[in-house]
Ligand binder design. Structure first.
Ligand code: PLP
Length: 354
């Protein structure tokens, strides 16, 4: 079976080298005569994996010792909960959220359980087809929460606001895909399965000095300070997803880092958006200026062509092009590991539809 052109939104494509090396580690980890899956997370063989997985994130993001890196379980969804537990004050806690899609709304829902949430900007009324930009966030808030890339709607924040409070960002679907000044954030999180690894672990990057200020008695697992003190080994960490994430990040570092990935991602997106704009049969769901480099959500304007288009892309070996169930249409997710050749295959299928 030849490798498909995998546009899946997540879990998603990873570098082939990562699949090969992680498969080998399941059979025999580093030649120790044991599988990665059967050794202690505290063994001398695994501890260096965790140490390097944490260190490489700081190198790639160009962050200093004021930041800590964690690999936790529970998905990005658990971070919707951990963020307010750790940052929302117990007395009169109040946070500002930007409502840019289903995932942002999920974070808002959890934030409301621990304090007051003000939605400072929302595109919900327009089916999340743009990124609100006209808002400000003052120091009366404990933190501001935003979502850098809206996986379902295909919108992406190109600029981040200057806020007078802590800056928290869900980067699940565009982490390590573009050059950003990561020091503007106090807390970043990302479920691994969109751009850095398999499902099962979530990356958290947090500035140490912001913690311990809410007056809350935080449940142990949910307490970033405790997780930092235990070096992400408070409980048994998801060892396989962490190892595969490390391999993905090493692959990124060895191939020019985030800078080179960004160039490739810009080229891939330009190729697909040019075809969508040229071809009268297709249109994106969102406003041009907010288009995502990672997830391209688009629709077919002539329903009578649907069957033909669906058969054509499937025949071309394309996987995972159906849009999210809440939006319909199509979605081409073009994470770091997707080669531009795959985008060209899709563009050719679109060109041949008439
Ligand atoms: C997928 C996704 C999530 C949810 O991730 P889980 O790890 O499944 O909880 C949250 N935020 C964004 C932006 C996502 O794309």
């Amino acid at each position: 079976m030849s490798k498909k052109h995998n546009f899946s939104a997540g879990p998603c494509i990873l570098p082939q080298e990562v699949f090969e090396k992680s498969a080998a580690a399941i059979l025999d980890f580093n030649g120790i005569g044991l599988s990665l899956l059967e050794i202690s997370h505290r063994s001398k063989d695994f501890v260096p994996v965790m140490d390097e997985a944490r260190a490489i994130v700081k190198r790639l993001m160009k962050l200093g010792d004021d930041y800590e890196v964690l690999y936790l379980g529970g998905g990005a969804s658990l971070q919707f909960v951990m963020v307010p537990f750790n940052l929302m004050k117990l007395e009169n806690g109040k946070a500002a959220y930007l409502d840019t899609g289903t995932w942002a709304a999920g974070a808002i829902k959890e934030g409301k359980k621990l304090g007051t949430v003000d939605i400072v900007g929302s595109s919900k009324e327009k089916n999340y087809s743009f990124i609100p930009k006209d808002y400000s966030v003052g120091s009366e808030y404990d933190y501001f929460h935003c979502t850098s890339n809206n996986t379902i709607y295909g919108t992406q924040m190109k600029e981040f606001p200057k806020v007078d409070t802590l800056m928290v960002c869900d980067m699940s679907s565009d982490i390590f895909s573009r050059v950003i000044d990561f020091t503007q954030f106090d807390l970043i999180y990302a479920g691994a399965q969109k751009n850095m690894g398999p499902a099962g672990t979530t990356l958290v990057v947090v500035k140490k000095e912001i913690l311990g200020k809410t007056g809350r008695d935080i449940p142990s697992y949910l307490d970033y300070s405790l997780q930092i003190a235990k070096e992400s080994m408070f409980n048994t960490p998801p060892v396989f997803p962490i190892y595969a994430s490390l391999l993905t990040l090493q692959h990124l570092e060895n191939n020019g880092g985030i800078e080179a990935a960004e160039k490739r991602n810009i080229d891939k997106a330009a190729l697909l958006y040019a075809e969508i704009d040229r071809n009268p049969l297709f249109e994106t769901f969102c406003e041009k200026e907010d288009r995502s480099l990672m997830n391209v959500s688009f629709k077919l304007l002539d329903d009578s062509k649907k069957e033909e288009f669906d058969a054509a892309w499937k025949n071309a070996g394309i996987n995972g092009l159906n849009g999210h169930r809440s939006l319909g249409g199509y979605r081409a997710s073009m994470y770091n590991a997707l080669p531009i050749e795959s985008v060209q295959v899709l563009v050719d299928v679109m060109k041949n539809l008439n």
